[in-house]
Design a protein around this ligand. Structure first.
Ligand code: PGA
Length: 255
């Protein structure tokens, strides 16, 4: 297992925050703060902010992502966004299966798999979120849950797609937006469990080349310890991604 085979990915998930003017200001504040980054830096922003953030990020090393996409190419899906629409305006990444979408908007392992497939078909990169809820951790079934979620989501994904265009984000649901972070050992244990599953489903080389992030209350103070773990290849950051200095500190910790 060799961490140098992977370039870490630090992704900000702005969730439903910031009007376009605020999004532009934050993206532009981040450009000088992250220009020397040794990792891939992605801003996953609300749909309405995509054009302005894409234009600010153009010519910089910042990549831009959305936070969800539908599984169909087009059609009667009021309020949804097709992966091809995101790709068409220059979006590179999309988050799929975030726990808020699973808990509040009815996403299931099956729809997460369909969204993943659609995003890859449209040429996007996917940040695939998996993670257990508090009760599942207490019952000792974290690895089973995370393996199940990952296996179903990746059912139609080739080895090449996985290592080139899929980032897996382990996000324990009890740690998201709560200020409770998994310990570095807990994060690494599950990330390693995901990598072992990838080795079973594909092979060890593919597993060793796949980026597996941790997310859940990662911040400027705990990032270095989490990111130093052998199987933690970056982070998906919510709250702390809305503060330029904090997000930049996390990016620096990944270098
Ligand atoms: P948080 O969110 O960093 O605010 O816990 C992480 C996420 O939801 O991706």
């Amino acid at each position: 297992m060799n961490k140098t085979l992977r370039t870490p990915v630090i992704a900000g998930n702005w969730k439903m925050n910031l009007l376009p003017a605020g999004a532009k200001a934050l993206a532009e504040e981040l450009i000088p703060l992250t220009e020397g980054a040794q990792c891939e830096v992605v801003l996953c922003v609300p749909y309405i902010d995509l054009p302005t953030v894409l234009s600010s990020a153009s010519g910089t090393n910042l990549k831009v992502g959305a936070q969800n996409c539908h599984w169909a190419e087009k059609g009667a899906f009021t309020g949804e966004i097709a992966a091809a629409m995101l790709k068409d305006i220059g979006v590179e990444y999309v988050i799929v299966g975030h726990s808020e979408r699973r808990a509040l908007f009815g996403d299931t392992n099956e729809t997460v798999a369909q969204r993943t497939r659609a995003a890859l078909d449209a040429g996007l990169k996917v940040i695939l979120c998996v993670g257990e809820v508090k009760e599942e951790r207490q019952q000792g079934i974290t690895l089973e849950i995370v393996r199940l979620q990952t296996k179903i989501a990746l059912a139609g994904v080739s080895a090449e797609e996985l290592q080139q265009r899929v980032v897996v984000a382990y996000e324990p649901v009890w740690a998201i937006g709560t200020g409770l972070t998994a310990t570095a050992e807990q994060a690494n244990e599950v990330n390693k469990g995901i990598r072992d599953l990838l080795a079973e489903l594909y092979d060890q080389d593919v597993a060793d080349r796949t980026v597996i992030q941790y997310g859940g209350s990662m911040n400027a103070s705990n990032a270095a310890e989490l990111l130093a773990q052998p199987d933690v290849d970056g982070g998906l950051i919510g709250g702390a991604s809305l503060k330029a200095a904090d997000f930049a500190a996390i990016v620096a910790a990944a270098g």
